[in-house]
Design a binder for this molecule. Structure first.
Ligand SMILES: NC(=O)C1=CN([C@@H]2O[C@H](COP(=O)(O)OP(=O)(O)OC[C@H]3O[C@@H](n4cnc5c(N)ncnc54)[C@H](O)[C@@H]3O)[C@@H](O)[C@H]2O)C=CC1
Ligand SMILES: O=C1[C@@H](O)[C@H](O)[C@@H](O)[C@H](O)[C@H]1O
Length: 336
């Protein structure tokens, strides 16, 4: 069976995902696209040589008889309506992070999915599919570190646009760590605090940069994440898990080491597309295979909700400077 996929939002990542489904992955075909910028949608169809219909809007695409599954790669505030539309149509949906921009929006999706009676949603938390993070999880689950005690992490972007403002350091950027560390540690959060070091002169007026987010998990693990989105030198993701018996460090992405002109150097990647390219491949192949098998797995709506709840509290902590409690509701049996 070829899974016929519709893409809502043919911007940067929408085109990237359509390209990889068309040119690299197996079992999927892009048969429909839409974007509020219809010209852009048509340009992506031409650039990728797709046999795909351009739809007026996302809901029309979702209803199309020849669309088996939906990719939501539009802007965050539009995700909830499209995910709910796909669920109502009984169609599997891969939704890029965030699942919804508020915990309440995620709750609406959870209620609809439980009502539908089967998992239909996979959330685009691709770090769970990154080989380095998977090796870390194997080491933790295998007891090689003993119990995890602390996590030291950094999420560095070379620069961000003018539209990027202080809360986005949480909802747009840290959301990846908020999901990853729940999965890595098999844990949930109990508190968050945000502090602001001296501001870099490379940050515009509306974004506090860098930020340090400190989290405590239910099991007592202490996590600190540096979020630095105008670091200038590259796209740099770091993670050390400190356990009773040792430390596991996230591997650097593979790169050539040069001895040249009196220097020893490695390339530092410059964006998320390069750094997590393989993880995107694996997560989307898993989605295609899941649709074909009628069994969607991977990051669920509950994971999207949990990250959103923690994210909302982190934004509150940005404003208060205090240690803010994170209260996670009981996870329904539906989400295992
Ligand atoms: N997993 C990851 O590492 C990454 C995830 N993302 C996520 O992917 C989503 C898209 O981000 P980008 O591709 O960077 O943005 P983008 O701005 O390049 O593309 C978004 C596209 O959605 C379209 N759009 C907006 N509202 C729409 C609507 N109501 N219906 C149809 N199309 C609509 C826009 O016209 C635009 O073409 C965001 O949720 C973002 O958080 C983005 C980059 C990396
Ligand atoms: O999700 C992503 C972007 O939307 C976000 O803006 C970046 O900060 C992250 O590094 C990237 O993974």
């Amino acid at each position: 069976m070829t899974v016929r996929i519709g893409v809502i939002g043919t911007g940067m990542i929408g085109e990237e995902h359509a390209r990889r489904i068309t040119q690299q992955l197996t079992g999927g075909e892009i048969v429909a696209v839409t974007d509020v910028n219809q010209e852009q949608a048509r340009a992506v169809v031409d650039r990728l040589g797709l046999e795909a219909k351009v739809y007026e809007d996302g809901q029309a695409l979702i209803q199309a008889a020849d669309v088996d599954a939906v990719l939501v790669t539009s802007w965050g505030p539009t995700h909830e309506e499209y995910v709910l539309g796909a669920i109502a149509a009984g169609k599997a949906v891969f939704c890029e992070k965030p699942l919804a921009t508020t915990a309440e929006g995620c709750r609406h999706i959870i209620d609809a999915e439980i009502e539908a009676g089967r998992r239909l949603v996979q959330v685009g938390f691709m770090r769970r599919y990154d080989s380095g993070y998977r090796m870390m999880k194997d080491a933790i689950d295998g007891g090689q570190l003993g119990e995890a005690l602390m996590v030291h992490a950094a999420h560095r972007n070379p620069e961000v646009p003018e539209r990027y403002v202080t809360p986005m350091a949480i909802h747009d950027t840290l959301i990846h760590e908020l999901d990853t560390f729940r999965w890595l540690l098999d844990d949930d959060y109990q508190s968050a605090q945000v502090v602001f070091p001296r501001k870099t002169r490379h940050a515009h007026d509306q974004v506090a940069d860098p930020q340090i987010v400190m989290l405590e998990t239910v099991k007592g693990v202490r996590i600190d994440v540096e979020v630095f989105v105008n670091c200038r030198y590259g796209y740099d993701i770091q993670c050390d898990v400190v356990g009773e018996e040792g430390i596991a460090r996230l591997p650097e992405p593979q790169s050539l080491q040069f001895r040249q002109a009196g220097r020893l150097s490695n390339e530092i990647l410059q964006d998320w597309k390069q750094r997590f390219s393989e993880a995107f491949d694996v997560e989307l192949q898993a989605f295609i295979d899941g649709v074909a098998a009628g069994r969607i797995e991977g990051p669920s709506s509950w994971d999207g909700y949990a990250a959103a709840i923690a994210g909302d509290v982190c934004v509150k902590a940005q404003e208060s400077g205090a240690i803010e409690a994170i209260e996670m509701p009981e996870r329904p049996a539906f989400y295992g």
